[in-house]
Design a protein around this ligand. Structure first.
Ligand code: PLP
Length: 308
């Protein structure tokens, strides 16, 4: 079965290369049909569940994971049910409904929405997790397969981390393309830095609350796979402010005419702040522009005013 994701462009950013004093490449997964990289892993997982006999998909994500499930379901002709909390935005619900998903609004937080979603999973349904499912990671790894096929061997990769699914897939992709030694800079926003907290504690820990506006990074705890890979692969955890992440989004909008969420701007922010940890990298930098469908230009500009 053909994959549901696109092979996305890999472009050199002239403004970022000038800023960093080395070539900076952008892997433009913001251009995926569901608006983010998530369709890579989610598409693959949904195709696998369908082959195994699933006749319905259930998700509890009011963000890009839910949108990817809705898109995959529409492509595969499988009905999708998404349960989102009352705190989800009208825009997210509209985008989900536009993809043909049945949207149920339930509970004051994701915990209650997720509990209802789990209870709705019938014997012929598959629950599609946003980041913690071994079926997702090889799908996300195709991102690095495409980079390798283009002939680029980066000196380091910058990406953002929420629950760690993207990170797990990228590390898997590096390993399967003979790049297991290429360091990864794993970027989180202050208030959503669950990987950093676990790395500091030396064990998986859970944040008490998410306080960042980068809601797509808002997993209180990263998956075990991400934590373990962060200790076996060369990884540096970086934390940026919400304001830095939003500024990087606005710069991307001006430089490359792309609108992405702060969750994605986070991966670009270390370049703008002249992150000293990047100085030791030898070679080109690769940034995963992971996207985010819930962003609008107006919202980014409003945040950029309020977060000075
Ligand atoms: C999901 C998501 C992330 C984080 O991915 P994880 O696999 O949860 O680490 C980052 N940016 C965007 C836009 C996302 O949708």
């Amino acid at each position: 079965m053909a994959p549901l994701h696109l092979n996305t462009p890999l472009v050199e950013s002239a403004p970022l290369s000038r800023l960093a004093g080395r070539r900076v490449w952008l892997k433009l997964d913001a251009l995926q049909p569901s608006g983010s990289f998530k369709i890579r892993g989610v598409g693959r997982a949904c195709q696998t569940y369908l082959e195994r006999g699933a006749r319905g998909f259930v998700s509890s994500s009011g963000g890009n994971a839910g949108l990817a499930v809705a898109y995959a379901g529409r492509c595969l002709g499988v009905p999708v049910r998404v349960v989102v909390p009352k705190t989800s935005t009208a825009r997210a619900r509209e985008l989900l409904a536009a993809e043909g998903a049945e949207v149920t609004v339930h509970g004051d937080s994701w915990v209650e929405a997720n509990a209802l979603a789990q209870s709705l999973v019938g014997p012929n349904d598959a629950f599609v997790h946003p980041f913690d499912d071994p079926l997702l990671w090889p799908g996300h790894a195709t991102l690095i397969d495409e980079v390798a096929a283009s002939g680029l061997r980066p000196g380091a990769v910058l990406l953002s981390v929420g629950g760690g699914g993207l990170f797990s897939g990228v590390v898997e992709g590096l390993a399967r393309n003979g790049m297991a030694d290429v360091p990864v800079f794993a970027v989180e926003t202050d208030g959503a830095a669950s990987l950093q907290a676990s790395l500091k504690a030396g064990q998986l820990v859970s944040l008490e609350a998410i306080t960042s506006i980068a809601t797509s990074l808002g997993a209180k705890q990263v998956c075990r796979q991400a934590f373990e890979l962060a200790r076996s692969h060369p990884v540096t955890g970086l934390v940026v402010s919400d304001a830095d992440a939003v500024r990087a989004c606005v710069r991307l909008m001006d430089d490359h005419r792309l609108v992405v969420e702060p969750a994605c701007g986070a991966a670009l922010a270390p370049l703008h702040r002249g992150e000293p940890a990047l100085a030791s990298v030898e070679g080109d930098l690769l940034v995963i522009v992971c996207g985010g469908a819930t962003a609008t230009a107006a919202q980014l500009l409003a945040w950029s005013e309020s977060l000075r």
